[in-house]
Design a protein around this ligand. Structure first.
Ligand SMILES: NC(=O)c1ccc[n+]([C@@H]2O[C@H](COP(=O)([O-])OP(=O)(O)OC[C@H]3O[C@@H](n4cnc5c(N)ncnc54)[C@H](O)[C@@H]3O)[C@@H](O)[C@H]2O)c1
Ligand SMILES: O=c1ccn([C@@H]2O[C@H](COP(=O)(O)OP(=O)(O)O[C@H]3O[C@H](CO)[C@H](O)[C@H](O)[C@H]3O)[C@@H](O)[C@H]2O)c(=O)[nH]1
Length: 335
């Protein structure tokens, strides 16, 4: 039985990765402090409650399961929160990851897959963006991820640790069977917010900026299905087990969708027009983020298999299922 330690595995992308790892014959062991994750999302292996800043808790889990690799999702992820409280992000995302890496060192575990983000690139100087695009983050969240990338590059050069850094573009969609799905609290992501507006759970959808230098004036993003992301993580684990070298890879589809196009697609799927309001720009938003995914295709033999309509179908199915729970209402209250 090959155990993979999935740190932050009770969260959105981590839980879908556990599903994919188990389908590929691994046993995912979730290590999570449940600060943002959900106990009912841990379904494909054991759950261990603990914090990555707690060395003793980490040592106990490494001793118990002797994982072949670690997949590390645990982080604070909300850009707005990072601007309000940068130190919380450096403590959790940077110091927490250093603590995890130290525990891996003590346990002799030398393979890590790390969740990074296109937010490390900042404002695009070329679209689509490949992995050599300059990395100039626009906020503390992006900086915290870039700092960990730096640490991992140093460890790859000067220790026996090997890592695959995965830079996701916009994760979206849900498990086909609606067992798990996207549940952030508070929710800030465009697709769940628009679906909740279509369902009448929020009063309206606010478009953050319609004066960008993009075809329709709204921001363009590369939405990638969470199960495509999950598949890439399982492949990255296999790649490291087979002796692959440290690398950093973009995970996106290569297709851009504007906020307006996204809202049109969600209205079409739901059959329910919903109120849309134009707001000012949200600080820290880049106008256009689209991936060049050639490296991930080449190195992992990966390719995205699902398109925007599958993303919206599975997200819609999740939000209309009984498993969705009760979404937080603080970011766009029902009037
Ligand atoms: N959602 C996206 O679109 C997106 C895009 C790019 C990158 N990412 C990255 O992917 C990762 C997962 O994102 P997500 O959307 O699944 O977030 P999420 O909040 O749903 O999951 C994060 C999980 O980590 C856990 N966690 C946080 N701090 C911890 C700590 N100190 N110790 C133990 N567990 C801790 C939380 O409880 C939660 O279960 C994050 O690292 C995020 O930065 C996400
Ligand atoms: O209520 C909303 C929410 C979002 N948007 C727009 O929709 C697009 C997508 O926004 P999301 O918040 O869904 O996603 P981001 O591109 O901001 O976020 C992505 O990049 C972030 C860093 O910038 C984090 O990594 C985050 O986890 C990841 O989903 C953006 O242009 C945003 O301005 C709106 O118009 N209204």
């Amino acid at each position: 039985m090959t155990h993979v330690l999935v740190v932050g595995g009770a969260g959105y992308i981590g839980s879908h990765t556990c599903l994919d790892l188990s389908e590929k014959g691994f046993t995912p062991v979730v290590f999570d402090n449940f600060s943002r994750g959900h106990r009912e999302f841990v379904r494909w292996g054991p759950a261990e409650e603990g914090d990555i800043r707690d060395a003793a808790a980490l040592d106990a889990v490494f001793a118990r399961y002797r994982p072949a690799a670690v997949v590390h999702f645990a982080a604070l992820i909300e850009v707005g929160e990072s601007v309000k409280d940068p130190l919380a992000f450096y403590e959790n995302n940077v110091a927490g990851t250093v603590s995890l890496l130290q525990a891996m060192g003590r346990a002799g575990c030398e393979r890590l897959v790390f969740s990074s983000t296109c937010a490390t690139y900042g404002d695009p100087v070329a679209v689509p963006m490949d992995e050599n695009h300059p990395q100039v983050p626009l906020n503390p969240y992006g900086h915290s991820k870039l700092m960990v990338e730096r640490v991992l590059r140093d460890l790859s050069a000067h220790s026996s640790l090997r890592s695959v850094i995965l830079r996701y573009f916009n994760a979206a969609g849900a498990d086909d069977e609606t067992r798990i799905g996207e549940r952030h609290d508070p929710e800030t992501h465009a697709i769940p917010l628009a679906i909740e507006a279509a369902l009448g759970r929020r009063a309206r959808f606010k478009v953050f900026g319609s004066d960008y230098d993009t075809p329709d004036g709204t921001c363009v993003r590369d939405y990638i299905h969470v199960m495509d992301l999950a598949d890439a993580h399982s492949r990255a684990v296999g790649y490291l087990i087979e002796g692959g070298e440290s690398t950093a890879l973009n995970l996106g589809t290569g297709d851009g969708t504007s906020v307006r196009e996204l809202l049109g697609a969600i209205e079409k799927r739901s059959g329910r027009p919903f109120p849309i309001e134009e707001e000012g720009r949200r600080p820290g938003d880049a106008p256009m983020l689209v991936a060049d995914n050639a490296a991930a295709r080449r190195v992992l033999g990966w390719m995205p298999r699902r398109d925007l309509s599958n993303i919206i179908d599975t997200a819609w199915a999740w939000h209309t299922s009984s498993n969705v729970g009760s979404p937080d209402q603080t970011s766009q209250e029902v009037a």
